[in-house]
Write a protein that binds this ligand. Structure first.
Ligand SMILES: [Zn+2]
Length: 63
């Protein structure tokens, strides 16, 4: 199980997918949605919407 690089929270597949999408597709270090929101200075609900968008686009990074 992967953990957030910053806060050590256990990550969901969505969070791993989102890190890859936002930072680097080949990334092996991942962040939870809260830390991603802080990093990009945006809201968690906005990122959740992004995940839904990416899923609808058929992005394979999201399970
Ligand atoms: Zn975190």
């Amino acid at each position: 199980m992967s953990k957030c690089l910053k806060c050590q929270k256990e990550l969901t597949g969505n969070e791993i997918g989102l890190t890859k999408k936002l930072i680097n597709r080949g990334s092996t270090e991942f962040y939870c949605i809260n830390c991603l929101a802080q990093k990009f200075d945006c809201d968690v609900p906005l990122l959740e919407k992004k995940i839904e968008q990416f899923k609808k686009q058929g992005c394979t990074l999201f399970a």
